[in-house]
Ligand binder design. Structure first.
Ligand code: XMP
Length: 541
Protein backbone atom coordinates (compact mmCIF):
# COMPACT_ATOMS: atom_id res chain seq x y z
CA UNK A 1 0.00 0.00 0.00
CA UNK A 2 1.19 3.52 -0.72
CA UNK A 3 2.63 5.40 2.21
CA UNK A 4 1.17 8.68 3.29
CA UNK A 5 2.47 11.22 5.75
CA UNK A 6 0.32 11.86 8.78
CA UNK A 7 -1.19 15.17 7.89
CA UNK A 8 -4.79 16.26 7.72
CA UNK A 9 -6.73 14.35 5.17
CA UNK A 10 -6.87 16.62 2.16
CA UNK A 11 -3.10 16.59 1.86
CA UNK A 12 -3.14 12.82 1.48
CA UNK A 13 -4.43 13.67 -1.96
CA UNK A 14 -1.45 15.94 -2.56
CA UNK A 15 -3.91 18.70 -3.04
CA UNK A 16 -1.56 21.45 -1.95
CA UNK A 17 -1.57 23.63 1.13
CA UNK A 18 -4.77 25.47 0.29
CA UNK A 19 -6.68 22.26 0.74
CA UNK A 20 -5.61 21.80 4.35
CA UNK A 21 -8.53 23.57 5.89
CA UNK A 22 -11.20 22.39 8.25
CA UNK A 23 -12.19 25.76 9.54
CA UNK A 24 -15.10 26.10 7.18
CA UNK A 25 -13.72 29.09 5.33
CA UNK A 26 -10.96 30.73 7.36
CA UNK A 27 -8.22 29.46 5.06
CA UNK A 28 -5.30 31.16 6.77
CA UNK A 29 -5.80 29.28 10.04
CA UNK A 30 -3.99 26.04 10.74
CA UNK A 31 -6.30 23.03 11.02
CA UNK A 32 -7.09 21.84 14.52
CA UNK A 33 -5.28 18.56 14.86
CA UNK A 34 -4.77 16.29 17.87
CA UNK A 35 -2.31 13.41 17.62
CA UNK A 36 -2.54 10.13 19.50
CA UNK A 37 0.83 8.50 20.11
CA UNK A 38 -0.18 4.87 19.82
CA UNK A 39 1.53 2.64 22.36
CA UNK A 40 -0.41 -0.39 21.16
CA UNK A 41 -3.60 -0.27 23.22
CA UNK A 42 -6.62 -2.10 21.84
CA UNK A 43 -8.56 1.12 22.37
CA UNK A 44 -6.15 3.62 20.77
CA UNK A 45 -8.42 3.98 17.74
CA UNK A 46 -11.32 4.69 20.05
CA UNK A 47 -9.44 7.71 21.44
CA UNK A 48 -9.24 9.13 17.91
CA UNK A 49 -12.93 8.50 17.39
CA UNK A 50 -13.91 10.19 20.64
CA UNK A 51 -11.79 13.22 19.80
CA UNK A 52 -13.36 13.43 16.34
CA UNK A 53 -16.75 13.36 18.05
CA UNK A 54 -15.69 16.74 19.46
CA UNK A 55 -15.29 17.90 15.84
CA UNK A 56 -11.54 17.96 16.18
CA UNK A 57 -9.51 16.04 13.63
CA UNK A 58 -7.38 13.35 15.25
CA UNK A 59 -4.90 10.79 13.95
CA UNK A 60 -2.83 7.96 15.37
CA UNK A 61 0.93 8.18 14.99
CA UNK A 62 3.82 6.01 16.08
CA UNK A 63 4.69 6.33 19.79
CA UNK A 64 8.27 7.45 19.26
CA UNK A 65 7.53 10.15 16.68
CA UNK A 66 10.26 12.76 17.07
CA UNK A 67 9.51 16.06 18.77
CA UNK A 68 10.78 17.76 15.65
CA UNK A 69 8.25 15.99 13.42
CA UNK A 70 5.47 16.67 15.89
CA UNK A 71 6.33 20.36 15.98
CA UNK A 72 6.11 20.51 12.19
CA UNK A 73 2.67 18.89 12.22
CA UNK A 74 1.63 21.57 14.74
CA UNK A 75 -1.01 19.61 16.67
CA UNK A 76 -3.05 21.43 19.30
CA UNK A 77 -2.67 18.50 21.68
CA UNK A 78 -0.98 15.15 22.16
CA UNK A 79 -2.57 12.09 23.70
CA UNK A 80 -0.37 9.17 24.74
CA UNK A 81 -2.45 6.00 24.53
CA UNK A 82 -2.39 2.94 26.73
CA UNK A 83 -0.40 -0.10 25.75
CA UNK A 84 0.39 -3.67 26.78
CA UNK A 85 3.99 -3.04 27.94
CA UNK A 86 5.28 -2.02 31.36
CA UNK A 87 7.43 1.12 31.32
CA UNK A 88 10.13 -0.99 32.96
CA UNK A 89 10.17 -3.67 30.26
CA UNK A 90 13.34 -3.85 28.23
CA UNK A 91 12.57 -2.21 24.91
CA UNK A 92 9.26 -0.76 26.14
CA UNK A 93 8.13 1.95 23.70
CA UNK A 94 8.74 5.43 25.10
CA UNK A 95 7.98 8.88 23.74
CA UNK A 96 10.70 11.26 22.63
CA UNK A 97 11.46 13.07 25.94
CA UNK A 98 11.68 16.39 24.08
CA UNK A 99 7.93 16.37 23.46
CA UNK A 100 7.44 17.69 26.99
CA UNK A 101 9.25 20.90 26.04
CA UNK A 102 7.14 21.62 22.95
CA UNK A 103 4.57 23.58 24.94
CA UNK A 104 1.78 21.43 23.48
CA UNK A 105 -0.79 20.14 26.02
CA UNK A 106 -0.33 16.43 26.69
CA UNK A 107 -2.68 13.82 28.12
CA UNK A 108 -1.40 10.35 28.99
CA UNK A 109 -3.86 7.47 29.31
CA UNK A 110 -2.94 4.35 31.35
CA UNK A 111 0.47 3.28 30.00
CA UNK A 112 0.73 6.73 28.40
CA UNK A 113 0.31 8.32 31.84
CA UNK A 114 2.95 6.03 33.31
CA UNK A 115 5.36 6.86 30.49
CA UNK A 116 4.87 10.59 31.11
CA UNK A 117 5.11 10.33 34.87
CA UNK A 118 8.22 8.23 34.76
CA UNK A 119 9.90 10.55 32.24
CA UNK A 120 9.09 13.53 34.48
CA UNK A 121 10.42 12.25 37.78
CA UNK A 122 7.73 10.11 39.40
CA UNK A 123 7.84 6.55 40.59
CA UNK A 124 5.91 3.91 38.67
CA UNK A 125 5.63 0.42 40.12
CA UNK A 126 3.29 -2.60 40.18
CA UNK A 127 0.09 -1.95 42.15
CA UNK A 128 -0.96 -4.21 45.04
CA UNK A 129 -3.62 -5.63 42.71
CA UNK A 130 -4.04 -5.56 38.99
CA UNK A 131 -7.18 -3.55 38.31
CA UNK A 132 -9.49 -4.60 35.47
CA UNK A 133 -12.99 -3.41 34.71
CA UNK A 134 -15.28 -0.93 36.38
CA UNK A 135 -14.04 0.96 39.44
CA UNK A 136 -15.44 3.82 41.42
CA UNK A 137 -13.33 6.96 41.17
CA UNK A 138 -13.39 10.04 43.44
CA UNK A 139 -12.59 13.45 41.98
CA UNK A 140 -10.25 15.45 44.22
CA UNK A 141 -10.07 18.70 42.26
CA UNK A 142 -13.06 20.24 40.52
CA UNK A 143 -12.91 21.99 37.17
CA UNK A 144 -10.04 21.82 34.69
CA UNK A 145 -9.90 18.31 33.22
CA UNK A 146 -12.83 17.28 35.44
CA UNK A 147 -15.09 20.20 34.55
CA UNK A 148 -18.77 19.11 34.37
CA UNK A 149 -17.90 15.67 35.76
CA UNK A 150 -19.59 14.41 38.98
CA UNK A 151 -17.54 14.02 42.20
CA UNK A 152 -17.91 10.22 42.11
CA UNK A 153 -17.85 8.38 38.83
CA UNK A 154 -17.47 4.91 37.43
CA UNK A 155 -14.33 4.45 35.36
CA UNK A 156 -12.82 1.59 33.37
CA UNK A 157 -9.41 0.41 34.54
CA UNK A 158 -7.05 -2.05 32.92
CA UNK A 159 -3.60 -1.90 34.45
CA UNK A 160 -0.96 -3.63 36.56
CA UNK A 161 1.53 -0.79 37.13
CA UNK A 162 0.58 2.55 38.59
CA UNK A 163 2.13 5.89 39.51
CA UNK A 164 3.11 5.69 43.18
CA UNK A 165 5.39 8.41 44.46
CA UNK A 166 4.16 11.69 43.01
CA UNK A 167 6.87 14.36 43.01
CA UNK A 168 6.25 17.93 44.20
CA UNK A 169 5.68 18.95 40.62
CA UNK A 170 2.45 16.97 40.37
CA UNK A 171 -1.06 17.21 41.80
CA UNK A 172 -3.46 14.25 42.10
CA UNK A 173 -6.84 15.05 40.52
CA UNK A 174 -8.71 11.82 41.27
CA UNK A 175 -8.24 8.53 43.11
CA UNK A 176 -9.72 5.04 43.36
CA UNK A 177 -9.54 2.54 46.21
CA UNK A 178 -6.47 0.85 44.77
CA UNK A 179 -4.94 3.76 42.95
CA UNK A 180 -4.35 7.05 44.80
CA UNK A 181 -3.15 8.76 41.60
CA UNK A 182 -5.93 7.78 39.19
CA UNK A 183 -5.65 11.21 37.54
CA UNK A 184 -2.78 13.67 37.83
CA UNK A 185 -1.71 17.06 36.59
CA UNK A 186 1.64 18.80 36.32
CA UNK A 187 1.73 21.92 38.49
CA UNK A 188 3.13 24.31 35.90
CA UNK A 189 2.70 22.67 32.51
CA UNK A 190 -0.42 21.50 30.66
CA UNK A 191 0.47 17.84 31.14
CA UNK A 192 -2.14 15.42 32.46
CA UNK A 193 -2.47 11.72 33.13
CA UNK A 194 -5.43 9.37 33.53
CA UNK A 195 -4.87 5.88 34.86
CA UNK A 196 -8.31 4.86 33.56
CA UNK A 197 -9.61 4.81 29.99
CA UNK A 198 -11.88 7.78 29.16
CA UNK A 199 -12.30 6.52 25.58
CA UNK A 200 -14.37 3.44 26.46
CA UNK A 201 -18.10 3.78 26.95
CA UNK A 202 -17.93 2.06 30.36
CA UNK A 203 -16.21 5.17 31.75
CA UNK A 204 -18.83 7.63 32.87
CA UNK A 205 -18.35 11.09 31.32
CA UNK A 206 -15.32 9.85 29.35
CA UNK A 207 -16.37 11.99 26.38
CA UNK A 208 -16.65 15.05 28.64
CA UNK A 209 -13.14 14.45 29.97
CA UNK A 210 -11.67 14.17 26.47
CA UNK A 211 -13.75 17.17 25.41
CA UNK A 212 -12.33 19.19 28.32
CA UNK A 213 -8.85 18.24 27.23
CA UNK A 214 -9.19 19.09 23.55
CA UNK A 215 -11.44 22.13 23.94
CA UNK A 216 -10.58 23.86 27.24
CA UNK A 217 -6.98 22.73 27.65
CA UNK A 218 -5.80 22.49 24.02
CA UNK A 219 -8.03 25.38 22.95
CA UNK A 220 -9.60 23.61 19.96
CA UNK A 221 -12.82 25.18 18.74
CA UNK A 222 -14.15 22.02 17.13
CA UNK A 223 -14.55 23.13 13.54
CA UNK A 224 -13.95 19.81 11.81
CA UNK A 225 -17.13 18.66 10.14
CA UNK A 226 -18.23 16.40 7.35
CA UNK A 227 -19.31 19.20 5.01
CA UNK A 228 -15.83 20.73 5.15
CA UNK A 229 -14.40 17.27 4.55
CA UNK A 230 -16.50 16.95 1.40
CA UNK A 231 -15.46 20.40 0.14
CA UNK A 232 -11.80 19.63 0.76
CA UNK A 233 -11.98 16.27 -0.93
CA UNK A 234 -13.83 17.62 -3.93
CA UNK A 235 -11.22 20.35 -4.44
CA UNK A 236 -8.35 17.92 -3.86
CA UNK A 237 -9.76 15.26 -6.17
CA UNK A 238 -10.36 17.74 -8.99
CA UNK A 239 -6.81 19.03 -8.75
CA UNK A 240 -5.31 15.58 -8.64
CA UNK A 241 -7.37 13.99 -11.40
CA UNK A 242 -7.27 16.90 -13.85
CA UNK A 243 -9.03 15.83 -17.03
CA UNK A 244 -8.20 12.13 -16.63
CA UNK A 245 -10.63 9.30 -15.96
CA UNK A 246 -11.09 7.44 -12.68
CA UNK A 247 -12.34 3.88 -12.37
CA UNK A 248 -14.21 2.84 -9.27
CA UNK A 249 -15.12 -0.76 -8.54
CA UNK A 250 -18.56 -1.00 -6.93
CA UNK A 251 -19.46 -3.91 -4.68
CA UNK A 252 -22.84 -2.65 -3.52
CA UNK A 253 -21.36 -2.09 -0.05
CA UNK A 254 -21.19 1.19 1.79
CA UNK A 255 -17.48 1.96 1.34
CA UNK A 256 -17.26 1.65 -2.43
CA UNK A 257 -20.64 3.37 -2.83
CA UNK A 258 -19.49 6.37 -0.79
CA UNK A 259 -16.22 6.59 -2.73
CA UNK A 260 -18.16 6.58 -5.98
CA UNK A 261 -20.67 9.19 -4.80
CA UNK A 262 -17.85 11.46 -3.60
CA UNK A 263 -15.96 11.08 -6.87
CA UNK A 264 -19.10 11.71 -8.85
CA UNK A 265 -19.59 14.97 -6.98
CA UNK A 266 -15.99 15.93 -7.70
CA UNK A 267 -15.48 14.85 -11.30
CA UNK A 268 -18.92 13.82 -12.62
CA UNK A 269 -18.64 12.32 -16.08
CA UNK A 270 -14.94 11.53 -15.68
CA UNK A 271 -15.88 8.69 -13.32
CA UNK A 272 -16.50 5.18 -14.63
CA UNK A 273 -17.92 2.60 -12.24
CA UNK A 274 -17.51 -1.12 -12.71
CA UNK A 275 -19.87 -3.54 -11.04
CA UNK A 276 -19.20 -7.22 -11.56
CA UNK A 277 -22.24 -9.45 -11.26
CA UNK A 278 -20.58 -12.70 -10.23
CA UNK A 279 -23.81 -14.62 -9.75
CA UNK A 280 -23.05 -14.83 -6.04
CA UNK A 281 -24.96 -11.72 -4.98
CA UNK A 282 -27.88 -11.44 -2.60
CA UNK A 283 -31.40 -10.82 -3.88
CA UNK A 284 -31.90 -7.36 -5.36
CA UNK A 285 -28.25 -6.32 -5.10
CA UNK A 286 -27.49 -5.70 -8.77
CA UNK A 287 -30.73 -3.72 -9.18
CA UNK A 288 -29.94 -1.55 -6.18
CA UNK A 289 -26.51 -0.61 -7.59
CA UNK A 290 -28.05 0.11 -10.97
CA UNK A 291 -30.73 2.29 -9.38
CA UNK A 292 -28.25 4.35 -7.36
CA UNK A 293 -25.37 4.72 -9.78
CA UNK A 294 -27.08 4.37 -13.13
CA UNK A 295 -30.42 6.12 -12.53
CA UNK A 296 -29.83 8.42 -9.56
CA UNK A 297 -26.21 9.54 -9.97
CA UNK A 298 -26.12 8.78 -13.70
CA UNK A 299 -22.51 7.67 -13.64
CA UNK A 300 -20.87 5.87 -16.53
CA UNK A 301 -21.82 2.50 -15.03
CA UNK A 302 -20.42 -0.72 -16.46
CA UNK A 303 -22.32 -3.74 -15.19
CA UNK A 304 -20.41 -6.83 -16.21
CA UNK A 305 -22.55 -9.94 -16.29
CA UNK A 306 -19.97 -12.61 -15.44
CA UNK A 307 -22.39 -15.03 -13.78
CA UNK A 308 -21.72 -17.89 -16.15
CA UNK A 309 -17.96 -17.50 -16.01
CA UNK A 310 -17.88 -17.61 -12.19
CA UNK A 311 -20.31 -20.52 -11.93
CA UNK A 312 -18.56 -22.62 -14.54
CA UNK A 313 -15.19 -22.04 -12.83
CA UNK A 314 -16.72 -23.03 -9.49
CA UNK A 315 -18.17 -26.27 -10.82
CA UNK A 316 -17.15 -29.26 -8.73
CA UNK A 317 -15.27 -27.23 -6.08
CA UNK A 318 -16.20 -27.92 -2.46
CA UNK A 319 -13.05 -26.86 -0.63
CA UNK A 320 -13.59 -23.38 0.93
CA UNK A 321 -10.08 -22.12 0.20
CA UNK A 322 -10.29 -23.34 -3.35
CA UNK A 323 -13.59 -21.51 -3.78
CA UNK A 324 -12.12 -18.27 -2.44
CA UNK A 325 -9.03 -18.51 -4.64
CA UNK A 326 -11.07 -19.22 -7.75
CA UNK A 327 -13.47 -16.35 -7.12
CA UNK A 328 -10.59 -13.95 -6.37
CA UNK A 329 -8.77 -14.90 -9.56
CA UNK A 330 -11.81 -14.68 -11.82
CA UNK A 331 -12.83 -11.35 -10.29
CA UNK A 332 -9.46 -9.81 -11.07
CA UNK A 333 -9.55 -11.16 -14.63
CA UNK A 334 -13.06 -9.84 -15.28
CA UNK A 335 -12.41 -6.47 -13.65
CA UNK A 336 -9.14 -5.98 -15.44
CA UNK A 337 -10.65 -6.79 -18.84
CA UNK A 338 -13.44 -4.27 -18.30
CA UNK A 339 -11.07 -1.61 -16.94
CA UNK A 340 -8.82 -1.99 -20.00
CA UNK A 341 -11.77 -1.30 -22.24
CA UNK A 342 -12.21 2.14 -20.67
CA UNK A 343 -10.00 4.65 -22.49
CA UNK A 344 -7.94 7.30 -20.63
CA UNK A 345 -8.40 5.61 -17.25
CA UNK A 346 -5.46 6.61 -15.10
CA UNK A 347 -6.77 6.27 -11.58
CA UNK A 348 -8.39 3.51 -9.58
CA UNK A 349 -10.47 4.54 -6.57
CA UNK A 350 -10.68 2.26 -3.54
CA UNK A 351 -12.66 2.37 -0.31
CA UNK A 352 -9.75 1.89 2.10
CA UNK A 353 -10.77 3.07 5.59
CA UNK A 354 -8.68 4.49 8.42
CA UNK A 355 -8.69 1.29 10.51
CA UNK A 356 -7.21 -0.56 7.49
CA UNK A 357 -4.51 2.09 7.18
CA UNK A 358 -3.64 1.91 10.87
CA UNK A 359 -3.79 -1.86 11.08
CA UNK A 360 -1.70 -2.44 8.00
CA UNK A 361 0.92 -0.07 9.47
CA UNK A 362 0.87 1.69 6.12
CA UNK A 363 1.02 5.23 7.39
CA UNK A 364 4.62 6.49 7.65
CA UNK A 365 4.08 7.60 11.18
CA UNK A 366 1.50 5.00 12.09
CA UNK A 367 2.03 2.10 14.44
CA UNK A 368 4.32 -0.47 12.91
CA UNK A 369 2.61 -3.63 14.06
CA UNK A 370 0.17 -5.32 11.74
CA UNK A 371 -2.65 -6.31 14.01
CA UNK A 372 -5.19 -7.64 11.60
CA UNK A 373 -4.90 -9.82 8.54
CA UNK A 374 -7.47 -8.76 6.01
CA UNK A 375 -9.41 -11.07 3.84
CA UNK A 376 -8.77 -9.71 0.42
CA UNK A 377 -10.98 -11.97 -1.62
CA UNK A 378 -13.16 -9.90 -3.86
CA UNK A 379 -10.59 -7.13 -3.72
CA UNK A 380 -8.03 -5.97 -6.25
CA UNK A 381 -4.26 -6.36 -6.14
CA UNK A 382 -2.21 -3.21 -5.55
CA UNK A 383 -0.51 -3.39 -8.92
CA UNK A 384 -3.13 -3.01 -11.62
CA UNK A 385 -1.20 -0.27 -13.33
CA UNK A 386 -3.40 2.58 -12.09
CA UNK A 387 -2.64 5.32 -9.61
CA UNK A 388 -4.62 4.68 -6.45
CA UNK A 389 -7.12 7.12 -5.03
CA UNK A 390 -8.32 6.40 -1.50
CA UNK A 391 -10.48 9.31 -0.37
CA UNK A 392 -11.77 7.52 2.76
CA UNK A 393 -8.40 6.56 4.18
CA UNK A 394 -8.75 9.01 7.05
CA UNK A 395 -12.27 8.03 8.07
CA UNK A 396 -13.82 5.55 10.47
CA UNK A 397 -16.80 3.46 9.38
CA UNK A 398 -19.39 5.59 11.17
CA UNK A 399 -17.91 8.70 9.58
CA UNK A 400 -18.18 7.03 6.17
CA UNK A 401 -21.88 6.47 6.85
CA UNK A 402 -22.33 10.14 7.77
CA UNK A 403 -20.53 11.10 4.59
CA UNK A 404 -22.72 8.76 2.53
CA UNK A 405 -25.79 10.35 4.06
CA UNK A 406 -24.56 13.87 3.22
CA UNK A 407 -23.85 12.75 -0.33
CA UNK A 408 -27.44 11.56 -0.73
CA UNK A 409 -26.98 7.79 -0.78
CA UNK A 410 -30.08 5.81 0.19
CA UNK A 411 -30.28 4.45 3.75
CA UNK A 412 -30.46 0.86 2.53
CA UNK A 413 -26.99 1.26 1.05
CA UNK A 414 -25.50 3.19 3.94
CA UNK A 415 -26.65 0.65 6.53
CA UNK A 416 -26.16 -2.49 4.47
CA UNK A 417 -24.56 -5.33 6.41
CA UNK A 418 -21.07 -6.25 5.24
CA UNK A 419 -21.02 -8.89 2.55
CA UNK A 420 -17.87 -10.90 1.80
CA UNK A 421 -16.17 -10.63 -1.59
CA UNK A 422 -16.80 -14.33 -2.37
CA UNK A 423 -20.47 -13.65 -1.68
CA UNK A 424 -22.99 -16.43 -1.33
CA UNK A 425 -20.37 -18.99 -2.38
CA UNK A 426 -18.98 -19.13 1.18
CA UNK A 427 -22.51 -19.50 2.54
CA UNK A 428 -23.40 -22.28 0.13
CA UNK A 429 -21.49 -25.11 1.77
CA UNK A 430 -20.47 -27.84 -0.63
CA UNK A 431 -20.67 -27.33 -4.36
CA UNK A 432 -21.91 -23.96 -5.64
CA UNK A 433 -24.59 -24.69 -8.21
CA UNK A 434 -27.18 -22.27 -9.63
CA UNK A 435 -30.16 -24.08 -8.12
CA UNK A 436 -28.52 -24.25 -4.67
CA UNK A 437 -27.68 -20.53 -4.90
CA UNK A 438 -31.32 -19.80 -5.69
CA UNK A 439 -32.49 -21.67 -2.58
CA UNK A 440 -29.96 -19.80 -0.46
CA UNK A 441 -30.83 -16.43 -2.00
CA UNK A 442 -34.50 -16.87 -1.20
CA UNK A 443 -33.85 -18.02 2.36
CA UNK A 444 -31.42 -15.13 2.91
CA UNK A 445 -33.95 -12.60 1.64
CA UNK A 446 -36.49 -13.90 4.16
CA UNK A 447 -34.01 -13.65 7.05
CA UNK A 448 -33.21 -10.03 6.23
CA UNK A 449 -36.83 -9.14 5.59
CA UNK A 450 -37.95 -10.53 8.96
CA UNK A 451 -35.16 -8.67 10.74
CA UNK A 452 -36.21 -5.42 9.10
CA UNK A 453 -39.84 -6.01 10.00
CA UNK A 454 -38.85 -6.64 13.62
CA UNK A 455 -36.76 -3.42 13.63
CA UNK A 456 -33.59 -5.44 14.23
CA UNK A 457 -31.65 -4.91 11.02
CA UNK A 458 -29.47 -2.16 12.49
CA UNK A 459 -29.23 -3.80 15.92
CA UNK A 460 -27.28 -6.72 14.51
CA UNK A 461 -24.16 -6.02 12.52
CA UNK A 462 -24.51 -8.97 10.19
CA UNK A 463 -27.21 -11.55 9.52
CA UNK A 464 -27.64 -14.13 6.81
CA UNK A 465 -28.68 -17.63 5.83
CA UNK A 466 -26.32 -20.51 5.16
CA UNK A 467 -27.22 -23.52 3.03
CA UNK A 468 -25.77 -26.65 4.58
CA UNK A 469 -24.48 -29.58 2.56
CA UNK A 470 -26.69 -32.07 4.41
CA UNK A 471 -30.22 -33.31 3.95
CA UNK A 472 -32.51 -34.31 6.74
CA UNK A 473 -35.80 -36.17 6.95
CA UNK A 474 -39.03 -34.20 7.23
CA UNK A 475 -42.71 -34.55 6.66
CA UNK A 476 -44.90 -32.33 4.51
CA UNK A 477 -48.59 -33.25 4.26
CA UNK A 478 -48.64 -36.98 3.77
CA UNK A 479 -45.17 -37.12 2.30
CA UNK A 480 -41.82 -37.88 3.76
CA UNK A 481 -39.18 -35.42 2.56
CA UNK A 482 -35.42 -35.60 2.47
CA UNK A 483 -34.45 -31.97 1.97
CA UNK A 484 -31.90 -29.26 2.69
CA UNK A 485 -31.11 -27.55 5.99
CA UNK A 486 -30.72 -23.78 6.28
CA UNK A 487 -28.80 -22.24 9.16
CA UNK A 488 -29.54 -18.69 10.27
CA UNK A 489 -26.77 -16.50 11.67
CA UNK A 490 -27.14 -13.08 13.34
CA UNK A 491 -24.28 -11.47 15.20
CA UNK A 492 -23.42 -8.45 17.25
CA UNK A 493 -19.93 -7.06 17.09
CA UNK A 494 -17.91 -3.85 17.32
CA UNK A 495 -15.07 -4.72 15.01
CA UNK A 496 -15.87 -8.12 13.42
CA UNK A 497 -12.72 -9.52 15.06
CA UNK A 498 -14.84 -10.96 17.85
CA UNK A 499 -18.60 -11.40 17.80
CA UNK A 500 -21.50 -12.67 19.88
CA UNK A 501 -24.50 -14.46 18.44
CA UNK A 502 -27.56 -12.26 18.74
CA UNK A 503 -30.41 -13.51 20.94
CA UNK A 504 -33.24 -13.24 18.40
CA UNK A 505 -36.64 -13.60 20.03
CA UNK A 506 -38.64 -16.83 19.62
CA UNK A 507 -41.23 -14.88 17.60
CA UNK A 508 -38.69 -13.67 15.07
CA UNK A 509 -37.07 -17.10 14.83
CA UNK A 510 -40.44 -18.68 14.33
CA UNK A 511 -41.41 -16.26 11.53
CA UNK A 512 -38.12 -16.87 9.77
CA UNK A 513 -38.41 -20.63 10.07
CA UNK A 514 -42.06 -20.82 9.01
CA UNK A 515 -41.56 -18.57 6.01
CA UNK A 516 -38.46 -20.43 4.82
CA UNK A 517 -39.93 -23.90 5.16
CA UNK A 518 -43.25 -22.81 3.62
CA UNK A 519 -41.92 -20.86 0.68
CA UNK A 520 -38.44 -22.06 -0.19
CA UNK A 521 -38.77 -25.31 -2.03
CA UNK A 522 -36.21 -27.93 -1.07
CA UNK A 523 -35.76 -26.78 2.55
CA UNK A 524 -37.48 -28.67 5.35
CA UNK A 525 -35.40 -27.61 8.38
CA UNK A 526 -34.07 -24.33 9.80
CA UNK A 527 -31.51 -24.12 12.61
CA UNK A 528 -30.12 -21.12 14.50
CA UNK A 529 -26.38 -20.68 14.89
CA UNK A 530 -25.56 -19.92 18.53
CA UNK A 531 -21.79 -19.76 18.28
CA UNK A 532 -19.59 -16.79 19.11
CA UNK A 533 -16.40 -15.74 17.41
CA UNK A 534 -14.04 -17.13 18.61
CA UNK A 535 -14.11 -20.11 18.47
CA UNK A 536 -16.33 -19.89 15.37
CA UNK A 537 -15.93 -17.35 12.59
CA UNK A 538 -18.77 -15.16 11.37
CA UNK A 539 -18.94 -16.85 7.97
CA UNK A 540 -19.19 -20.62 7.80
CA UNK A 541 -16.40 -21.01 5.25
P1 XMP B 1 -15.02 -14.08 9.58
O1 XMP B 1 -15.84 -15.12 8.89
O2 XMP B 1 -13.55 -14.22 9.31
O3 XMP B 1 -15.48 -12.69 8.95
O4 XMP B 1 -15.29 -14.03 11.05
C1 XMP B 1 -15.21 -11.41 9.48
C2 XMP B 1 -15.83 -10.39 8.54
O5 XMP B 1 -15.18 -10.41 7.28
C3 XMP B 1 -16.10 -10.71 6.25
N1 XMP B 1 -15.41 -11.56 5.27
C4 XMP B 1 -14.92 -11.13 4.09
N2 XMP B 1 -14.94 -9.91 3.50
N3 XMP B 1 -13.80 -10.79 1.62
C5 XMP B 1 -14.39 -9.76 2.26
O6 XMP B 1 -14.42 -8.66 1.70
C6 XMP B 1 -13.73 -12.04 2.17
O7 XMP B 1 -13.19 -12.95 1.57
C7 XMP B 1 -14.34 -12.21 3.45
N4 XMP B 1 -14.47 -13.30 4.27
C8 XMP B 1 -15.14 -12.86 5.38
C9 XMP B 1 -17.26 -11.42 6.94
O8 XMP B 1 -18.46 -11.32 6.20
C10 XMP B 1 -17.30 -10.68 8.25
O9 XMP B 1 -17.96 -9.43 8.12
Amino acid sequence: MAQHPVVPMATTLDAGPAAVDFSGGARSEAPELVLVLDFGSQTAQLIARRVREQNVFCQLVRPDLSAERIRKLAPRGLILSGGPASVYDKGAPLPDPRIFDLGIPILGICYGMQAICRALGNEVSPGAHREFGRTSCRVLADGDLFDRVPGELTVWMSHGDQVKGLSEQWVPLASTGDCPAAAVKHRTRAIYGLQFHPEVTHTQCGGTLLGNFVKSICGCRGTWKMSSFIEQQVTGLRERVGNKRVICGLSGGVDSSVVAALLFKAIGKQLSCIFVNNGLLRAGEAESVRRSFGDHFRTDLHVVDAREQFLSELKGIVDPQQKRKTIGRVFIEVFQAEARSIPDAEFLAQGTLYPDVIESGASVDGPAATIKHHHNVGGLPDKLGFQLIEPLRDLFKDEVRTLGHELGLPDEMIWRHPFPGPGLAVRCLGEVRPERLEVLRKADEIVLDELRKAGLYRKVQQAFAVLLPVQSVGVMGDFRTYDDVVAVRAIQTEDFMTADWYPLSCDVLQSISTRITNSVRGVNRVVYDISSKPPSTIEWE
